[in-house]
Design a protein around this ligand. Structure first.
Ligand SMILES: N[C@@H](CCC(=O)N[C@@H](CS)C(=O)NCC(=O)O)C(=O)O
Length: 200
């Protein structure tokens, strides 16, 4: 059964689209035009009650939330090697960074988009600066966030740095981020996803 990605250009669905391209698995892209309100139909709400892209169906399975989709695809296509082996101690850092992207980088985006600075002690992501400092450590020395193996965690973190720095100019372009982005953007799967993301 072919996986179906419910997707919109220039959105968080880029993470899932790039991940599927990395996996090499066949999939179908279904455009949900969020600017035209197509996420608000009852049919789509059955796939993702949040009425947001991305969402993925795989036979009877449905998955929403971009980090969950990336982790799902990594396990669904084990031959692609996009997650550390089950017995690897790097599993700890792998899950940490996937959840960090979903819960902390999202908060950093919010600070910039909404121009708010909630008290760091109660904000789950601490502050924009704390997120940026932690991220700088995660991408250093590389080449990937787990070292030699490129994984779904790089897709989440790489997509966010690309969008945050190159597309929206929200995050500071630190030298470590620029070096990581140079590696990320050279990947053929990234380039394929970017090409259809930009084409809309
Ligand atoms: N936490 C979700 C966020 C998804 C999300 O916010 N998607 C936006 C596009 S970037 C969307 O579909 N917005 C349409 C809407 O809220 O109506 C994820 O990581 O997948």
């Amino acid at each position: 059964m072919t996986m179906k990605l419910y997707w919109a250009p220039k959105s968080r669905a880029f993470r899932a689209a790039w991940m599927l391209e990395e996996s090499g698995a066949p999939y179908e892209r279904v455009l949900v035009d969020i600017r035209a309100g197509q996420q608000s139909t009852p049919e789509f709400a059955r796939i993702n009650p949040m009425q947001k892209v991305p969402a993925l169906t795989d036979g009877e399975a449905t998955v929403a939330e971009s980090a969950a989709i990336c982790a799902y695809v990594a396990e669904r296509v084990p031959g692609a090697g996009l997650a550390p082996p089950m017995d690897s101690p790097l599993r700890g850092r792998y899950w940490h960074l996937l959840f960090f992207a979903a819960s902390c980088i999202e908060g950093a985006f919010l600070e910039k988009f909404a121009n708010v600075s909630p008290p760091g002690m109660s904000a789950g992501w601490g502050s924009l600066d704390r997120v940026m400092d932690a991220l700088e450590g995660f991408v250093t020395p590389g080449p990937w966030v787990l070292g030699e193996q490129f994984t779904a965690a790089d897709v989440m973190i790489g997509a966010d740095l690309y969008y945050g720095i190159e597309l929206f100019g929200l995050f500071e372009r630190r030298p470590a981020f620029a070096a990581y982005l140079e590696r990320i953007t050279k990947r053929p799967a990234f380039q394929r996803a970017l090409a259809f993301d930009e084409a809309g």
